[in-house]
Design a protein around this ligand. Sequence first.
Ligand SMILES: NC(=O)c1ccc[n+]([C@@H]2O[C@H](COP(=O)([O-])OP(=O)(O)OC[C@H]3O[C@@H](n4cnc5c(N)ncnc54)[C@H](OP(=O)(O)O)[C@@H]3O)[C@@H](O)[C@H]2O)c1
Length: 337
Amino acid sequence: MRICLIGFGAVGQGVAKAISLKKKDIKDKFNIDLKIVGVSDSSGSAINQEGLDEKLLLDIKSKTCKVSDYSEYGSTNIQGIELLDSVDYDCLIEATPTDVKTGEPAKSLTLKAFAGKKDVVTSNKGHLALFFNEIINKAKENDVEFRFEASVGGAMPIINFSKKTLPSSKIESIIGILNGTTNFILSRMTSEGSSYKDTLKESQILGIAETDPTQDVEGIDAACKTVILANSILGIDCVYDDIDIEGISNISSEAIELAKKEGYLIKLIAEVSKYNLKVAPRLVKKNSPYAVDGTLNMATLKIDLADKVTVVGKGAGSLETASAILTDLINIGKLKN
Ligand SMILES: NC(=O)c1ccc[n+]([C@@H]2O[C@H](COP(=O)([O-])OP(=O)(O)OC[C@H]3O[C@@H](n4cnc5c(N)ncnc54)[C@H](OP(=O)(O)O)[C@@H]3O)[C@@H](O)[C@H]2O)c1
């Protein structure tokens, strides 16, 4: 499978590392030969139709920050979308930044790949939160595969789990913690009794919260994931504007302390059901499945035949997110073998 990888930040580099670590196993077990033939970041691209050396790519990116400094064969100024016309590939891995206002560049990259009859795997959320059905329909029209496990919950399996492991069940609701940064902040406020402001600062120093934390702390990231789960698992036709969103920036240490005394925790909870599409801080019982700490994500699925099933896992991280992308690649590869 010849891969074109657009976006070579935390996730893109995780993908290169995961492929380098796992490609022999994947070839042996599934007869799928993963080969990165083009990579692009905002500096330009590196291309080699015979396969780029993943370790060299990672080394160059860490030294110069530019994938276009890749020196063995073709480094080039070709920018993101033009790369799709410049390499022969089978699958696009799209890992550019999430943009919840326009969905770009992910939307254009994805539709261009579909039009060229290429499969796409993404970790991006913005284009899905805004144009989920349009994108799914374009994949169907072009008879190509489109997978997005990594876009919700990083390494926490939820989309493939729901579709492949529970195919006979009707999933009635999903309630969970879909943002690791806010879970870290609320967990620390609970264990340390610290203020929201100080804990956010600590999270930024630790590299858990971004310099501009708005997407996480105001619930925007969790709302994008709510849209993706609603459409892909519950079949609810909705977009980002349909979600009721409240973040955690108004949560005080006093509120957390009061909840604690009564045996509760405050968590940023996403709810996906036909009655509610909502992200908001909620009280959850200590010792319940929602009481996961740190940057963990979790989701409880309410299933018609089996009541509740809960999944937990690392919601972010370079290699962790790449593991979900590899799952999608292998599932696509199996279909083509
Ligand atoms: N990080 C996680 O743990 C995680 C988990 C799940 C999902 N996601 C999602 O995965 C996506 C990637 O996340 P990330 O953490 O890897 O982001 P990131 O570290 O900011 O990396 C983004 C990459 O995209 C490149 N880029 C930006 N605009 C581009 C363009 N027009 N054409 C080609 N490349 C472009 C950047 O280039 P430069 O390197 O030159 O800046 C960078 O390499 C995001 O949508 C994010 O929401 C991330």
